[in-house]
Design a protein around this ligand. Structure first.
Ligand code: SF4
Length: 94
């Protein structure tokens, strides 16, 4: 799962940081940004800066998005891997 913030809508209240300060950071401009491996993704920010969410933070990030008063946290769920097919798929002759 990846996440990004629309900074144009961010109120700067910091609720997302309260939920997960490994994925969300607040910079000097008072606005929240996503972060990856401790590095803020603020260049360019917005949808151009998606951060990969570690599995252990998925729940907290989703909760932050639900609680965000600016409704400006967007999560993108990666496609599920294709199911593996095992066994013989041939049908016996009638
Ligand atoms: S919760 Fe939403 S509005 Fe508040 S600081 Fe985080 S991104 Fe901005």
């Amino acid at each position: 799962m990846r996440v990004w913030i629309d900074q144009d809508l961010c109120t700067g209240d910091g609720i997302c940081i309260d939920h997960c300060d490994d994925v969300f950071v607040q910079l000097e401009d008072g606005i929240a940004y996503v972060a990856e491996a401790g590095r803020p993704c603020n260049d360019p920010g917005g949808s151009g800066s998606l951060a990969q969410v570690p599995d252990r933070h998925v729940g907290a990030v989703i909760h932050a998005a639900e609680m965000c008063p600016g409704e400006c946290i967007f999560v993108e769920v990666d496609a599920a891997p294709a199911a593996s097919v095992t066994g013989d798929s041939e049908q016996p002759a009638a």
